[in-house]
Ligand binder design. Structure first.
Ligand SMILES: *[C@@H]1O[C@H](CO)[C@@H](O)[C@H](O)[C@H]1NC(C)=O
Ligand SMILES: *[C@@H]1O[C@H](CO)[C@@H](O)[C@H](O)[C@H]1NC(C)=O
Ligand SMILES: *[C@@H]1O[C@H](CO)[C@@H](O)[C@H](O)[C@H]1NC(C)=O
Ligand SMILES: *[C@@H]1O[C@H](CO)[C@@H](O)[C@H](O)[C@H]1NC(C)=O
Ligand SMILES: *[C@@H]1O[C@H](CO)[C@@H](O)[C@H](O)[C@H]1NC(C)=O
Ligand SMILES: *[C@@H]1O[C@H](CO)[C@@H](O)[C@H](O)[C@H]1NC(C)=O
Ligand SMILES: *[C@@H]1O[C@H](CO)[C@@H](O)[C@H](O)[C@H]1NC(C)=O
Ligand SMILES: *[C@@H]1O[C@H](CO)[C@@H](O)[C@H](O)[C@H]1NC(C)=O
Ligand SMILES: *[C@@H]1O[C@H](CO)[C@@H](O)[C@H](O)[C@H]1NC(C)=O
Ligand SMILES: *[C@@H]1O[C@H](CO)[C@@H](O)[C@H](O)[C@H]1NC(C)=O
Length: 421
């Protein structure tokens, strides 16, 4: 393989997931952009691709390369991760696929975390694709997954609702404990992309069911049901989330936001794949990408949905709030549909490409829900943000109405969210 750079090889592996379907045919400009970096990679299946990425030895500059004299240096030579020494409140465990430190699998490191610890355990995860299913049980509190960049470190598995006895357990990574943090790492589900209407193809990349979780600079890659934002208060900053149907779903209370203000991005009228990739490389952003099936021009069919929020009653204080995000990709999709009658989702200051259907939202074809759902938009931009054709239940939020959704107070972040260190 003669890939442009090692971290790119991983990115390609991710996009191979897309290539296995329709996108390469339908989006020549995207393909051209990738071909620029040499893309015979595309003919491989997603899993072969990730496994090859894992085994190629090309990720980490220290591994398996020849030194100046042409001698092969051992994989761990020069291995010197720069994480700090343990303190009385924070300890480190190290995961490396080549066996250069404590563990070779993420699950083994999780298992080594003390139960119900009040101290933080930082699991430092070296560059690589970890092809394993990982569970962080309720007993493993205060765990951090620290990757080396979301295009460099990934945990991938391929369970589906069918293979795991229900979509809720298909997560490649499933987190049930409180105070979980992930930084600079990708969660992937590489199961084949189901067609709309297929049964049992839901494939979760990450399920977060613990309270007070924070995700910084993370990637979430999958198709149907990518991110199961199940329950608890969650913070997503500067993350990239890809999926097709209901790809952010659940009954969590979550705040999604980018690191940078998108002053220049907002000016862009139509967002294509090249633009999206540039966002990945150049800017750190909150990016929501649909990989739903493209539609023929003029078609009014719907091929995907971004959110399916699961607030079931007035008493539940849950919902998803997105601010300053970018919405784009493929298909003709809704911003959300009312999975449960009191679903609550707000998009503010978000750029939306023309993949958003003019009606924008759906009440799950249950007009009784129109009185109880809370779908709001505020000062969004781009062709998908035109609210003229939105159904009456969609709220054009006023300054006052939107204010609870615009900062971390929405998730009581002032009480628990640690600043990024
Ligand atoms: C933890 O370490 C800090 C200094 O590093 C010290 O001030 C503090 O007393 C220690 N706490 C305990 C419980 O040992
Ligand atoms: C947790 O932190 C406390 C106080 O900071 C310290 O006394 C204790 O030894 C730590 N426990 C572990 C398992 O590191
Ligand atoms: C992890 O590796 C470090 C450095 O070799 C060592 O000090 C530490 O005890 C190891 N921890 C575990 C849980 O094996
Ligand atoms: C550990 O978690 C508890 C709650 O689960 C929290 O109160 C505490 O501050 C956390 N400790 C650290 C070091 O994050
Ligand atoms: C996951 O991938 C493995 C290896 O390619 C395959 O045997 C298995 O059937 C796949 N599982 C699902 C649910 O697709
Ligand atoms: C899941 O299982 C059902 C029943 O066996 C089958 O009809 C369906 O095609 C399967 N779905 C996928 C995506 O394999
Ligand atoms: C992620 O990694 C990049 C470099 O790879 C670093 O600049 C950035 O601060 C990291 N961000 C987070 C949230 O860890
Ligand atoms: C609305 O968004 C535009 C950019 O699209 C920004 O310049 C303006 O300040 C925003 N208005 C409000 C009231 O936040
Ligand atoms: C919004 O959509 C309506 C109806 O399709 C159209 O008439 C109007 O020109 C659009 N507005 C903008 C700013 O594109
Ligand atoms: C968040 O917004 C609320 C409502 O506008 C405001 O009262 C609060 O001070 C803000 N909090 C932060 C941390 O900015």
């Amino acid at each position: 393989m003669n890939l442009h750079s090692t971290s790119l090889s991983f990115l390609f592996a991710m996009f191979t997931v897309l290539a296995s379907t329709h996108i390469t045919n339908s989006n020549p400009s995207f393909l051209k952009y990738l071909t620029h970096f040499s893309l015979h990679f595309f003919s491989l299946s997603p899993i072969t691709a990730t496994v090859i990425a894992y085994n190629s030895g090309g990720h980490h500059p220290q591994y398996n390369r020849h030194n100046n004299e042409g001698k092969i240096v051992t994989p761990c030579e020069g291995f010197s991760p720069d994480f700090p020494k343990d303190t009385n409140t924070t300890s480190y465990l190290c995961v490396d696929p080549n066996g250069c430190c404590n563990f070779t699998s993420v699950q083994a490191a999780v298992d080594a975390v003390p139960d119900f610890s009040q101290n933080r355990t930082i699991i430092w995860i070296n560059t690589g694709v970890y092809y394993e299913k990982v569970t962080v049980p309720r007993t493993k509190t205060n765990v951090t997954f620290q990757g080396q960049g979301f295009t460099s470190t990934a945990i991938a598995w391929n369970d589906t609702a069918n293979s795991s006895h229900g979509g809720s357990f298909s997560g490649s990574v499933q987190v049930y404990s409180t105070n979980f943090v992930a930084k600079n790492i990708t969660f992937m589900n590489v199961a084949p992309i189901p067609n709309p209407g297929d049964i049992g193809g839901q494939a979760v990349a990450l399920r977060i069911s613990g309270d007070q979780a924070a995700f910084w600079g993370c990637g979430f890659f999958g198709a149907q049901d990518t991110l199961h934002d199940d329950k608890g208060r969650h913070y997503f900053r500067d993350c990239f989330i890809q999926g097709s149907i209901d790809f952010i779903y659940g009954n969590g209370k979550s705040f999604y936001q980018p690191k940078l203000q998108l002053s220049s991005a907002r000016k862009i009228k139509s967002m294509n794949w090249r633009f999206m990739l540039e966002q990945i490389y150049i800017k750190e952003n909150c990016v929501l990408i649909s990989v739903a099936n493209p539609v023929h021009p003029g078609s009014t069919s719907i091929t995907g949905v971004i959110t399916a929020q699961g607030r079931g009653s007035q008493e539940e204080n849950t919902g998803f709030a997105f601010t300053n995000c970018i919405v784009g990709g493929n298909g003709r999709v809704w911003l959300g549909r009312a999975w449960k009658p009191f679903a609550r989702v707000v998009f503010a200051h978000t750029s939306m490409s023309d993949i958003i259907a003019p009606e924008g939202w759906n009440d799950l074809n249950d007009p009784a829900r129109d009185k109880t759902i809370f779908f709001g938009e505020y000062n969004c931009s781009g062709p998908g943000a035109n609210m003229t054709m939105r159904p009456p239940y969609v709220i054009r939020l006023s300054d006052t109405q939107v204010s609870p959704f615009l900062n971390v107070s929405f998730i009581d972040g002032d009480q628990w969210l640690q600043p990024y260190i």
